[in-house]
Design a protein around this ligand. Structure first.
Ligand SMILES: *Cc1c(COP(=O)(O)O)cnc(C)c1O
Length: 256
């Protein structure tokens, strides 16, 4: 586990001081896409003692760390957020494009998205998605999510999270052991971000990604981390096993 970054909440504080007196939304990260980095949510929330702002947390997949006592410290302070978004179509393994949003101010949500039309009726105070989101007609995305929660429960989803993290770490260790590759960041949770050890130009990295895809064994997506082209392997599937990571490693070893 890593602690607060070397600068802690200082950059957020400087930005808030600059905007004092103006409406501000702070969007904190609970799991960035490239390297699953976490902001120090507790420290950012504490800034509300001196500055007035809305704290939103992007926990698209990072919020799932809360399921495991091993990783829950990464989302310490999440409970202090004004709003939180969590994707369900990622680590909950339900169909694209399910997600949940939590907010402390449903009244504001209704004020913004209220679908004022006589035939739809006024908001009743019950959760009615047509008064809470920009969508009017929508599928019942909640149903597969509910099934999955009922079928696997907290323990089942914790097992998926912990297995995926263990697999990401296994792949990360394997990547480090390959002479032609290096990690672009430590494997903090479920994503392995890596690149070529020598001359990781965009073209050479893209060539590696193509070779992996053409093997028919695996598919890794390109990214850029801190200006360096790289690849990322994100683990969230409920069926992934060690045999899969070892397959990916074999392909990488053969392609690099
Ligand atoms: C996937 C992801 C998003 C976007 O989520 P959508 O499902 O496209 O709405 C935002 N933030 C993070 C960190 C993500 O991983």
């Amino acid at each position: 586990l890593h602690g607060p970054g070397p600068q802690g909440a200082a950059p957020a504080e400087a930005a808030l001081a600059e905007r004092a007196g103006r409406p501000v939304i702070v969007v904190a990260n609970a799991g960035t896409v490239n390297t699953v980095d976490f902001d120090d949510l507790r420290a950012i929330a504490a800034l509300r003692e001196r500055y007035d702002f809305w704290l939103h947390v992007d926990g698209a997949f990072g919020a799932f760390a809360a399921l495991s006592p091993r990783y829950a410290a990464l989302v310490d302070g999440l409970d202090a957020a004004d709003s939180v978004c969590v994707d369900l179509h990622k680590w909950l393994n339900v169909p694209y494009d399910a997600a949940v949003q939590f907010t402390r101010r449903r009244d504001l949500q209704v004020a913004v998205f209220h679908n004022a039309s006589p035939y739809l009726g006024p908001p009743t105070g019950e959760p009615e998605f047509l008064h809470l989101t920009p969508e009017n007609s929508r599928r019942l995305r909640a149903l597969p999510a509910w099934f999955s929660l009922m079928a696997y429960g907290r323990a089942g989803h914790r097992e998926i999270v912990e297995r995926d993290v263990a697999l990401a770490r296994r792949l990360g260790a394997g990547v480090e052991a390959l002479p032609g590759l290096r990690l672009l960041a430590p494997v903090r949770l479920n994503v392995v971000c890596f690149t070529l050890a020598a001359d990781p130009s965009e073209e050479r990295v893209a060539r590696l990604a193509r070779a992996v895809a053409e093997s028919g064994e695996a598919f890794v997506t390109p990214t850029v981390h801190d200006g360096v082209p790289g690849l990322r392997a994100a683990f969230s599937n409920w069926r992934t096993t060690e045999a899969d990571t070892d397959r990916v490693l074999r392909v990488l070893a053969a392609s690099v």
